[in-house]
Write a protein that binds this ligand. Structure first.
Ligand SMILES: NC(=O)c1ccc[n+]([C@@H]2O[C@H](COP(=O)([O-])OP(=O)(O)OC[C@H]3O[C@@H](n4cnc5c(N)ncnc54)[C@H](O)[C@@H]3O)[C@@H](O)[C@H]2O)c1
Length: 281
């Protein structure tokens, strides 16, 4: 059977953990070769080793342009090209009230979560524009769609990169390069486990906790859900989709059953303000 990414090469930042790791595993299953780029050297090297000949790990800090440029060049020279760039690496970053946020923490959070994505897009475009094909994916968050769902610097970066994705999509569409974004809800990964429990390895416990508060009863968001979204956006199944933000949150940001309850009981047509009744003929 033909695999969905047969012969493709993907570079995944943040590939050592969470969404990036799950996406690397799925992409390899689907026939891709992947370059994992991450600051977590031991973990990244271990994941790449488990994936065998189809994967490489390159220590990469996404805030550094020369590091991103080198990772892109390595994908081309060692894996044979660059068909998909998944700019996924991110951190929770600076937390707390705005008046207490040190500007250095704001800058660092923005450097990883926004500048890093910009650099990934810049260096992916360098390869993809002349080759006339490719897909670029960024990783936003529901904190980029609604207020109050993440810390300030995080929400700022995640909102901005939706705009960046649209703009780069507009520029690169004429060259056959599609650029899309994924906006996950709260998912059980080392990032959220570390934030909530203090232990990044407490992913199963986090999954149980998230399942309880999920809009879909008993169903927590998992790293594999984002890998599936990335596979769709990287593959030909989405060949007419660009500039899009794919929200993967079980409907958390589109409304909950709680708001619908007052409308649940059948009643006559509500026709005018303060009145009920069928329209008069
Ligand atoms: N887990 C969630 O609920 C959630 C929700 C919305 C968005 N996100 C976003 O998804 C992305 C992946 O998060 P995750 O949940 O898989 O987290 P994770 O912590 O499991 O993985 C993130 C990876 O990024 C790497 N990283 C951090 N800083 C880096 C840098 N400067 N250079 C290179 N790599 C770096 C980390 O080492 C880690 O391996 C992030 O952008 C995050 O903001 C996560």
């Amino acid at each position: 059977m033909t695999k969905r990414l047969d012969g493709q090469v993907a570079l995944i930042t943040g590939g050592a953990s969470g969404f990036g790791e799950a996406t690397a595993r799925l992409f390899v299953e689907e026939g891709a070769r992947v370059l994992l780029a991450d600051v977590q050297e031991e973990r990244g090297a271990r994941v790449a080793k488990e994936l065998g000949d189809a994967a490489l790990f390159q220590p990469t800090d996404v805030t550094q342009e020369d590091a991103i440029a080198a990772a892109v060049d390595l994908a081309v020279s060692e894996l044979g090209g660059l068909d998909c760039m998944f700019a996924n690496a991110g951190i929770v970053g600076s937390m707390g009230p705005i008046e207490e946020t040190p500007i250095e923490e704001y800058d660092f959070t923005m450097a990883v979560n926004l500048r890093g994505v910009f650099l990934c897009m810049k260096h992916a475009a360098r390869i993809m524009r002349p080759q006339g094909s490719g897909t670029i994916l960024s990783c936003s968050s529901i904190a980029g769609l609604q207020g109050g769902l993440g810390p300030h610097a995080y929400a700022t970066a995640k909102t901005a990169l939706i705009g960046l994705t649209r703009n780069v999509a507009a520029e690169l569409a004429p060259f056959g390069v599609r650029v899309n974004c994924i906006a996950p809800g709260n998912m059980a990964t080392p990032m959220i486990a570390g934030l909530v429990t203090g232990d990044p390895d407490a992913v199963p416990a986090m999954e149980n906790a998230l399942a309880m508060g999920s809009p879909l009863p008993g169903r927590a968001g998992r790293a594999g859900d984002i890998a599936d979204a990335a596979l769709y956006l990287a593959s030909d199944a989405s060949s007419y989709v660009s500039g899009h933000t794919l929200v993967v949150d079980a409907g958390m940001t589109t409304g909950s059953g709680r708001e619908l309850r007052m409308f649940e009981q059948r009643a006559p047509l509500a026709r005018e303000a303060g009145q009920r009744g069928l329209p008069e003929s």
